[in-house]
Design a protein around this ligand. Structure first.
Ligand code: PLP
Length: 1010
């Protein structure tokens, strides 16, 4: 083809594509370093990639690539590689002259949709595993593709990486030079092993731009393609794996988990050998070294190109800052591949298990019949504050057993909340992952109790750690099995008195007394006990063994530190803790409970403990509770617990007897309400309260008709349901009763009158007229207007200012009663006011209160005027057995006092304002946040599609992703597209920051969808 002055480059090559492949497409340039690539799109939308090779590109290399790809496609058409499109004449490539007269090789590949891995946001272990699988499958299928020309030495052939040694002078920074030199030394050490491995054809460049990822909306991501076979060569397959791994570990907070997931994915389809797994870490570092040296070299030649240097930042960051022990990484990779974590691990465990009952009893007496006590998240409430174990709590753990017995045992693999120091947290937030699972056995006994060596050993560590809640005196012994395998045992919380006569290297004989339990003042502050742990290696840990592991990393830590029961002459199962199983509980639910009992989140949570605004699952994983409003003053509030216990110890009877608590509670509530409200009725729930409110209104008005906004919820009793449009309107719902009239919710985002309409409050209020009219015309007449002051299940709606004033005016004119349901909005949640109706500047005739009033204890209350109360007092007793019990009154009063004394209303304002302004910032960045609304800690985010309609799928996705990231939020609204945030009022700014940062990450992840 010749150059035509009237056409551009794209058109020039489009003609070539048409001529040789008969593909009529529009071309657009794709980025490329040496070769030129075009995206070709045909009219019907089908796409391919036209590749114009650089002029000096050798034919054999392209032929080899094409052959290899065709080999792969033939072997397994499901492999994620780009199919070669042959020309009209059946050629896999064509020689064509470019418009400068240079001969260029051109070829065409089918387009694969997706984004390159480098560009996606959700870099999770799951996608890393999938990449391992995809690369393993390609490598496996390439194993029998032979091509002598691919046995080649060039700069990206990993075994030949030592070429960088010649260029080390280009690295000016001496610290960096040290890092690279160490990597080279390490690499040279493994070269003989690498050279001994078999070789095969490998892709050799599965870097983060050559792996494509795609995902449908709301779905998890998958690998869609492995592209660019330009560096294909023959080498040990572990090189291919390590090259991909070198990019997977970059820019991630948990690179070791990403790497482990990747290697296990690869291993699952193309099993690796231990020898290969042991090389991965050094090879991946060598690849990064080659990459940074290569770039430094390029940068020194292209001084103006800042990008070359910038592009290496993640690699340098990783090499400079990510300190991880090679031994531990190797062990981790082996554990995910199901291999023994250290050479001989299986032999050692077999020997230990065989020797059970022959070990010298650690305390001179067998422990088989000793009581075992759980300190698990589920079974104990120590510590009361799971973020701060108190010294007294540590000192007194299990004291009730110690009074009974000399010895008691603590479980292996037991999740506990007693490890509260910051060092146990694995992230910046209180609800970040944390290490909770005890990977040792405890034996509790009196201080001074002596310990005897279970078997021969040598002192490996003997030291004193003085910090509170550390080990105090600690000894590690090294043991050797008859097959010469080494293993180690650790004894913590000892009296450091052993330091007088034990030193590292000393031999200890089986049965020798070698230490004694320390008292709390020298054992780290704990109830006297020994923490007895077994480890199959100390590589990477030395003296610093984690005694507690992250529950999500337990497989690995169980492999390094297995159950030491056998060394105590116990069976593993005697001391192995297993928390309640989620699956079994779910099955029980299905079997023994109604099917319409719902459970939150795609992956339900088993909640075992809670404190303030955090909850903990059965493994001790913390979650930020940004959803539950019942624990108004915080979960497990010590004051509530204390008064409840005290009251139960005194008396708990009903309102038929006099008790000052009843008046005290009533006066406390009334002190918060307008003066016209003087009479309280105490009940057990919001439903019961609303039911009673309806009876009061009807008694007073003598009419039956109720007007209420659409989508409201007032409870689950028959009357409350009848006025809850949110329920009765649903398919299979009971339907609208004749005496109920619904009006439009005053929602100025989605409703008939929008925010920009200054008269919207009046216009919404005017809708009342029709409803009154309808009730009158049916001959039913108006009894009351009832509204959740700010509708919650309706989508966290804040009615326009002035709305209730208008509505109440109209209702009262007709002799109707105005009922405010403040179950969701009352008691300071809104920050600016104690009750929602204050904000609307109205005084209701009846106020309904519910769940937050008892902080979890069932309390409801109805407060009304003397007049209404008198109308209701018709000679028939009003009695609610549990309503107004001494206990309820005591708890209710305490809740209200706590709101005042802990300044929770003010805090709701401060944290709420911070959250709302943070959400408004997010709204500017993400079009799918249609509206941010709320007051204080009553907040809604409306999630919409690009056409403005409700997007419940995205809302559900966000809710579940937040749960995955340890934050509980809910969703609501008529179309379930409003994210609902209404945490306990104890939530703090630090938690709000976590919420905003996490939500931002989750929302950013949505750009990964194709
Ligand atoms: C506004 C409102 N009123 C009443 C109720 C009913 O309360 P309970 O479930 O305690 O009966 C609820 C419950 O969610 C509510 O949100």
């Amino acid at each position: 083809m010749t150059k035509d002055p009237d056409i551009d480059l794209e058109e020039f090559w489009a003609r070539a594509l048409k001529t040789h492949w008969n593909i009529d497409a529009e071309l657009s340039v794709l980025p490329g370093e040496l070769d030129q690539n075009f995206l070709a799109q045909e009219k019907d939308g089908s796409k391919c990639i036209l590749k114009i090779m650089r002029k000096e590109c050798p034919h054999w290399l392209i032929k080899a690539q094409i052959e290899a790809i065709e080999h792969l496609s033939k072997k397994d058409s499901s492999l994620k590689v780009p199919m070669i499109l042959r020309s009209s004449k059946g050629a896999s490539f064509i020689d064509e002259v470019d418009w400068f007269g240079n001969e260029r090789l051109i070829w065409v590949q089918k387009y694969i949709s997706g984004k390159c891995y480098a560009e996606i946001k959700q870099k999770s272990p799951a996608i890393s595993f999938d990449m391992g699988v995809a690369l393993g499958q390609v490598a496996k299928a390439l194993a029998d593709y032979k091509n002598e020309s691919l046995v080649r030495d060039f700069k990206w052939n990993l075994p030949g990486s030592l070429w960088i040694k010649k260029y080390l002078t280009t690295i000016e920074d001496s610290d960096r030079l040290k890092i690279i030199s160490k990597i080279i030394d390490d690499f040279e050490e493994i070269l003989p092993t690498l050279s001994s491995l078999g070789q095969q054809t490998i892709h050799n460049d599965p870097n983060d731009y050559n792996i494509l990822i795609s995902g449908e909306k709301y779905q998890s991501l998958n690998v869609s393609g492995i592209i660019d076979f330009g560096d294909i060569c023959v080498a040990p397959r572990v090189c291919d794996l390590s090259i991909a791994a070198a990019y997977i570990v970059l820019d991630h907070t948990e690179p070791e988990k990403m790497l482990a997931a990747f290697v296990s994915g690869y291993h699952s389809v193309y099993p690796l050998d231990i020898k290969e797994v042991d090389l991965v870490w050094r090879l991946l570092r060598m690849r990064l070294a080659v990459s940074v040296v290569n770039s430094t070299l390029l940068a020194s030649k292209n001084k103006d190109d800042a990008y070359i240097t910038i592009s290496q930042t993640p690699a340098w960051d990783f090499l400079e800052n990510f300190r991880i022990n090679e031994g531990l990484i190797k062990a981790r990779l082996k554990s995910v591949c199901g291999m023994p974590v250290v050479e001989g691990a299986d032999r050692t465990m077999d020997w230990i298990n065989k020797e059970t009952n022959k070990f010298f009893p650690l305390f001179g007496t067998q422990l088989a019949d000793v009581e075992i006590k759980s300190l698990s998240v589920e079974n104990t409430s120590v510590p009361q504050n799971p973020f701060e174990l108190q010294n007294d709590e540590a000192k007194n753990i299990g004291f009730e057993i110690r009074d009974r017995d000399n010895f008691w045992l603590g479980y292996y693999n037991e999740p506990r909340l007693i490890y509260t120091a910051r060092a146990f947290r694995l992230g910046p937030w209180k609800a970040s992952n944390r290490r909770t699972v005890h990977i040792a056995i405890d034996v509790f006994a009196d201080e001074g109790t002596e310990l005897f060596a279970p078997l021969d050993g040598e002192v490996f560590i003997a030291e004193y750690r003085e910090n509170q809640l550390d080990y105090g005196g600690v000894i590690i012994l090294k043991h050797t099995t008859p097959s010469k395998d080494e293993f180690f045992t650790l004894y913590g919380h000892l009296d450091p008195i052993f330091l007088n006569n034990l030193k590292v290297g000393d031999k200890i004989e089986k049965g020798q007394k070698f230490c004694q339990l320390g008292p709390p003042d020298v054992n780290g502050g704990w109830a006297p006990h020994v923490h007895f742990q077994l480890a199959l290696t100390t590589e990477g840990m030395e003296a610093d063994w984690p005694g507690v592991a992250d529950p999500d990393d337990l497989i690995f830590w169980n492999a390094i530190c297995p159950n030491p029961a056998a060394l105590l002459n116990l069976k593993d199962t005697d001391c192995l803790y297993e928390p309640s199983g989620k699956k079994e509980l779910m099955n029980d639910r299905l079997k023994h409970f109604g099917g319409n009992l719902s459970v939150s989140y795609d992956d339900p949570i088993l909640i075992s403990r809670a404190w303030k605004h955090h909850i903990f699952d059965e493994w001790g994983r913390p979650y930020l509770d940004a959803y539950n409003n019942v624990p108004h003053v915080g979960h497990s509030h010590p004051r509530i617990n204390q008064v409840a216990l005290d009251q139960l110890n005194k008396v708990n009877l009903n309102t038929r007897y006099l008790h000052p608590l009843q008046s005290k509670f009533a006066k406390k509530i009334l002190s918060k309400l307008p003066a016209n409200l003087e009479v309280c009725y105490f009940v057990n729930s919001g439903s019961e309260a609303n039911e009673l409110a309806l009876r009061l209104a009807r008694a007073h008005s003598g009419k039956k008709g109720i007007i209420t906004p659409d989508e409201g919820y007032f409870g689950n009793t028959t009357g409350a349901l009848s006025i809850s449009a949110y329920k009765f309107k649903k398919p299979n719902g009971v339907g609208q009763a004749e005496w109920v009239e619904i009006i439009e919710v005053p929602d100025d985002y989605r409703g008939s009158f929008k925010k920009d309409d200054p008269d919207r409050a009046i216009k919404f209020a005017n809708l009342i007229d029709g409803a009154i009219e309808r009730l009158n015309s049916k001959g039913i007449g108006l009894s009351a207007f009832i509204m959740e002051t700010f509708p919650s299940v309706g989508g966290q709606i804040i009615p326009p200012q002035g709305y209730l004033e208008q509505v109440y005016g109209k209702i009262r004119k007709q002799g109707g009663v105005c009922i405010a349901d403040e179950v969701q909005t009352g008691l300071g949640r809104l920050g600016d006011c104690y009750f929602g109706f204050e904000f609307q500047k109205v005084k209701p005739d009846i106020v309904v209160l519910g769940k937050p009033l008892g902080n979890g204890h069932p309390i409801g209350a109805v407060i009304t005027t003397q007049e209404i109360s008198k109308s209701f007092d018709n000679g028939i007793e009003f009695f609610s057995t549990f309503g107004g019990s001494n206990l309820s009154c005591r708890i209710g009063t305490e809740v209200l006092d706590i709101v005042d004394q802990e300044n929770l209303q003010q805090s709701a304002k401060t944290v709420g304002d911070f959250l709302i302004s943070g959400f408004r910032e997010l709204k500017k960045r993400f079009d799918f946040i249609g509206d941010v609304r709320g007051m204080g800690l009553f907040i809604g985010l409306e999630i919409i599609r690009s056409d403005g309609s409700e997007d419940p799928e995205l809302c559900g996705y966000i809710k579940n992703k937040m749960r995955e990231n340890r934050i509980l939020i809910g969703s609501d609204g008529p179309k379930d597209n409003v994210i609902k945030i209404r945490p306990p009022l104890t939530i703090e700014l630090e938690d709000a920051q976590m919420l905003l940062a996490t939500l931002s990450e989750v929302l950013e992840g949505t750009i990964d969808w194709s």
